[in-house]
Design a protein around this ligand. Structure first.
Ligand code: ADP
Ligand code: MG
Length: 260
């Protein structure tokens, strides 16, 4: 059975895409079969996986409008070890086009049902909004991973995300839950970050992942080479942390999944 996770936070620049591609590469390194679904019209997860977003045909846009299947739209990441259904600017139009259509928030769920069993993990990189695109992701996910920087305003906006997740849980997808908060771009030398990190743990308990992702320039350099940092420089601190995080996610997922 596939475990489906959304990487979501409606703030931009918080590390969603970096988390998605590096977690995908880490899980692939552990021998898991992984599909990344890029739900952001910016297409950063697509490019960061080494796939040119300008040459996608079909893309996630076609999947959501049901003119292509996941199987037709998926492409292997050349270096990542996982498959990708890519996105580009065309996807911004889907938002508008979907509004008038039936099952508009369940398109991705239907499409993924067709590849059930082909992947151990499906990771959905969400756009920085609580839009119809994000709803499509939340409607089919088992859990949400929330990357967060330990800054003063980190918790602001989290309640909007949590409320949206509660609504989706109540109305569309009863299996949805927040799996965890991932502390990213962390610098323990900054007292404020250490304090906010402690507050997060006090408030969310075991919903804060044990693994912490440090700020590491190699993670930021990797996308321009079309690779996750974990592949680009496996010995870097950021890569090592993401491999640890992949182990933590795999262990959590294994503990939850019902044997077939
Ligand atoms: P989002 O998808 O939430 O918009 P990104 O993953 O694109 O965020 O990250 C925003 C920026 O921060 C990117 O330039 C990325 O390379 C950089 N970045 C992300 N995580 C780290 C990290 N741990 N260390 C250093 N830079 C990072
Ligand atoms: Mg992104």
């Amino acid at each position: 059975m596939s475990r489906i996770f959304c990487i979501a936070n409606q703030k931009g620049g918080v590390g969603k895409t970096t988390t998605t591609v590096n977690l995908a590469a880490g899980l692939a390194r552990l021998g898991r079969r992984v599909l990344v679904v890029d739900l952001d019209p910016q297409g950063n997860a697509t490019m960061g996986s080494g796939i040119d977003k300008r040459t996608l045909d079909p893309s996630i846009y076609d999947v959501l409008l049901e003119s292509a299947t996941i199987d037709e739209a998926k492409r292997p990441s050349p270096k990542g070890g996982y498959d990708v259904v890519g996105a580009n600017r065309e996807l911004a139009g889907a938002e508008v086009e979907l509004v008038g259509l039936e099952r508009r928030d369940r398109r991705l769920r239907s499409a993924l049902a067709a590849v059930e069993g082909a992947y151990d993990f499906v990771l959905i990189d969400c756009p920085p909004s609580l839009s119809l695109l994000t709803l499509n992701g939340l409607a089919c996910a088992h859990g949400v991973v929330v990357p967060m920087q330990c800054e003063y305003f980190a918790l602001e906006g989290l309640s909007d995300l949590v409320n949206t997740i509660k609504q989706v849980h109540a109305n569309i997808n009863p299996q949805l839950e927040v799996i965890g908060i991932l502390r990213v771009m962390f610098d323990a030398r900054i007292t404020l970050q250490a304090q906010v990190s402690e507050q997060l743990k006090a408030h969310f308990g075991d919903r804060v992942f044990d693994t912490v992702i440090p700020r590491n320039v190699r993670l930021a350099e990797a996308p321009s080479y079309g690779m996750p940092g974990l592949v680009f420089d496996p010995a870097s601190k950021g890569a090592v942390a993401f491999l640890d995080f992949a182990r933590e996610m795999a262990a959590r997922a294994d503990a939850r999944s019902v044997p077939a």
